[in-house]
Ligand binder design. Sequence first.
Ligand SMILES: O=C(CO)COP(=O)(O)O
Length: 250
Amino acid sequence: MPPRKLAAGNWKMNGTLASLAEVDALTRDCGTAGVEILICPPATLMRPMADCIGRGIIAVAVGGQDCHAKESGAHTGDISAEQLRDAGASYVIVGHSERRADHGETDEDVAAKAVAAHRAGIASVICLGETEAQRDANETLDVIARQLAGSVPDCATAANTVIAYEPVWAIGTGRTPTNDQIAEVHAAMREALVARFADGAGFRLLYGGSVKPANAAEIFAIAHVDGALVGGASLKAADFAPIVKALDAA
Ligand SMILES: O=C(CO)COP(=O)(O)O
């Protein structure tokens, strides 16, 4: 089993070969034990990043940002989980709200992608989160319960699945839920996982949405927060390294 704590960076559609210097700087700055670091670059950077990390002094996992449910075939522009693994990935993010919104992905689609990841032997990071309208309507816990039931496949285990709670309204906005709101959702996710899976207590639960060096420590102090899925602040080592260190200290 990898360390329980996981600091994951989602680079989204950002980064070129020159950005690998940030990964190099991160590995030099974060010689910490006890925290697993994952970076999910755009597909174009996966193999060069995996090679660059292989020469580094600490282990950093590389992940994809999405995969197709099928292993191969006539699906122009898509990438299979097997291809991600071949390019050096050991994780893949599925069900990110940007993909749910931009590509109309349903819970059923997300579950199929998670199954594909597990078929390929890589772990899935399954994203859940309410919109601002749903939070305002007091529907957050219902939405999370529904997404968790629908997006997490029956073959999920603590070893092959990470769950990320990312409120849509907190992504890239600089706004975050209160600590109590994060605690409430993470406790509900844990309860649902324990009720459904024999090893539900072991699934790692990440918080994502405007995590920065300034708020990382207080978020990591919340019960059932095992790490973060970081967007903007994962692009620069100067921002991501303090978040990794805050998680290590938590
Ligand atoms: O969407 C996110 C990570 O997947 C969060 O993005 P930000 O950290 O930029 O808010």
